[in-house]
Design a protein. Structure first.
Length: 43
């Protein structure tokens, strides 16, 4: 995994190794769910 930082506009940048492994391309839509323990799940 990797750590990401939230920029001043609230954006996250996924590390390139994660994007490559998950085949995430520019323009792809991701869904973020907040779990009961306040962790997040991205799909």
């Amino acid at each position: 995994m990797g750590k990401v930082e939230v920029d001043e506009r609230g954006r996250l940048t996924l590390p390139s190794k994660i994007r490559e492994k998950l085949l995430i391309q520019p323009g792809d839509k991701l869904t973020i769910k907040i779990n009961s323990d306040n962790s997040i799940h991205i799909k």
